[in-house]
Design a protein around this ligand. Structure first.
Ligand code: PLP
Length: 479
């Protein structure tokens, strides 16, 4: 017999389907729910959590739970399947233009960061570290921070050893060192397509070629990848597997395991950029490819840029069998990473604040995803395809006949930059796609300060302008 919370949540889903419960209707509080169904608080919690996970409820912090349409019932982008070939990345035009803005960079506004707690951690870290902060750092990274990170991830079913971690100046820096020690200029690196434009920019800058592996229906085309590995055309792979930027989905555990096996079998390193790992909307942290890496071919890279503060420039790498080379390169090039930032993040993790903050942040981001979805659905044509992310901080949308570069040119004049789809490839794909950051809220909470409410209102007005530009673009292009 199914557990009570499953039976009750199934009944609620049925009632929504039948129209007995309405979209946007407020659900009873948990306490009222226990009385209504004569169940314990645990059952009520489990029931709401299941409905949240399945996308039938969303939580408005400090207000309550509301019924929604699960996003996976709506239409999502279609990704091309193509035969792979080697290509040369080019620097994205937005780098030259120095673009920034709430829709543009995948970033959180300062208001969503635990500023006061971080300030306290910084003060305590400073006191605790004493004169140590003035000396050159341990070039592998502070042992306290490495231990805190190892414990944090081990508690999330991903065992890590502090001794195997190397602290870096952010994720892109960790990836850069990984590329440098595993490949040479002119080598070809496999990336998934579409690929975060910052990684393509990095590869261009380092003189590497790429081979884009199609990634559709949350699956990387591993058949084509293996063919190219077999023919020794690939010197390394550079993949993300969790809440991938820009699609927002995770590869299946089966695919992650297979990638780790392919790396070992063909003895080709896999650089794993796992920067969005912890931003799952469903309260469960997925596992990285590294989890299945038995012989050290995976170099696992991440950072606190998307979770704590991009400005801290703090990341790490678990370089597997490349540990000695990696450490030596870091030592020669960097002499270590800012001591006080390492101590601050260590304090933040060890006091349990990091886990607490992640929980709040992911609920907020899930709610942002809903806000953006519903406004975009309201304002854009019915055939617009919008990604349904499992986590992360971006939305990818696709619209037949849209020329997103042309939209971008107009959007720049109006001060609403975003990333055009063509920046996510070295090939001729994704011109009808664009990526939006959803870190900033476009709907304020009733309890927000007037300033915050005004900010959200101003941003939603900007999104309206952007949608008008998209609509105008789609209308002028002949079908
Ligand atoms: C996939 C991916 N990797 C790396 C980065 C940059 O990471 P960091 O700021 O930690 O260097 C980003 C930022 O948008 C990203 O989306």
């Amino acid at each position: 017999m199914a557990a009570r919370y499953i039976t009750i949540s199934d009944t609620i889903i049925n009632d929504i389907d039948k129209g007995l419960l309405l979209i946007d209707q407020r659900m009873p509080s948990l306490r009222q729910f226990t009385q209504l169904h004569d169940v314990s608080m645990t059952t009520a919690n489990n029931c709401y959590q299941r409905l949240l996970d399945l996308g039938w409820l969303h939580a408005k912090p400090q207000i309550g739970y509301f019924i929604t349409q699960p996003l996976n019932k709506q239409s999502t982008p279609v990704y091309p399947r193509f035969n792979v070939k080697i290509s040369k990345p080019k620097i994205s035009q937005s780098i030259d233009q120095g673009l920034r803005g709430p829709f543009y960079t995948a970033q959180l506004p300062a208001a969503l960061l635990p500023q006061a707690t971080l300030s306290r951690c910084l003060r305590r870290a400073n006191q605790r570290a004493g004169a140590d902060v003035f000396a050159y750092p341990d070039y592998q990274g502070d042992i306290g921070l490495r231990t805190a990170l190892a414990n944090h991830f081990s508690q999330r079913h991903f065992p890590l050893k502090a001794d195997n971690l190397v602290i870096t100046n952010g994720c892109i820096d960790a990836v850069r060192s990984a590329i440098e020690i595993t490949t040479n200029p002119g080598d070809t690196i496999a990336v998934s397509s579409p690929c975060f434009s910052g990684l393509l920019d990095l590869l261009e800058n380092m003189g590497r070629l790429v081979i884009e592996i199609p990634c559709y229906q949350a699956q990387l085309d591993l058949e084509q990848l293996e063919e190219r590995l077999k023919s020794k055309r690939i010197s390394a792979c550079l993949f993300s597997a969790n809440h991938i930027n820009p699609q927002g989905f995770c590869l299946s555990n089966k695919q992650k395991q297979r990638i780790a096996e392919l790396a070992a079998h063909y003895q080709v390193p896999v650089i794993e950029d796992d920067i969005y790992l912890e931003l799952s909307y469903s309260n469960t942290t997925p596992l990285p490819i590294k989890y299945w890496d038995k012989s050290g071919w995976v170099l696992w890279c991440s950072s606190v840029s998307k979770t704590i503060a991009a400005g801290y420039r703090l990341g790490w790498c678990e370089p597997g069998r490349y540990f000695n080379d990696y450490l030596q390169l870091r030592n020669v090039q960097f002499f270590g990473v800012n001591n006080i930032v390492q101590h601050t993040v260590c304090e933040f993790i060890n006091t349990g604040q990091y886990a607490k903050h992640l929980k709040k942040l992911t609920t907020t981001l899930a709610s942002h995803a809903r806000q953006y979805h519903s406004l975009l659905r309201e304002l854009l044509p019915g055939n617009t395809k919008i990604s349904v992310a499992e986590g992360g901080m971006v939305i990818w949308l696709q619209l037949d006949n849209m020329d997103s570069q042309a939209v971008l040119s107009e959007a720049l004049k109006q001060g609403v930059p975003f990333r055009a789809g063509s920046e996510f490839t070295t090939l001729a794909y994704y011109q009808n796609c664009l990526r939006l950051n959803i870190g900033w809220p476009i709907v304020a909470n009733a309890k927000d300060t007037p300033d915050k409410q005004a900010e959200a209102l101003a941003l939603s007005a900007k999104l309206v302008i952007l949608c008008e530009l998209i609509n105008a673009n789609v209308a002028v292009i002949p079908k």
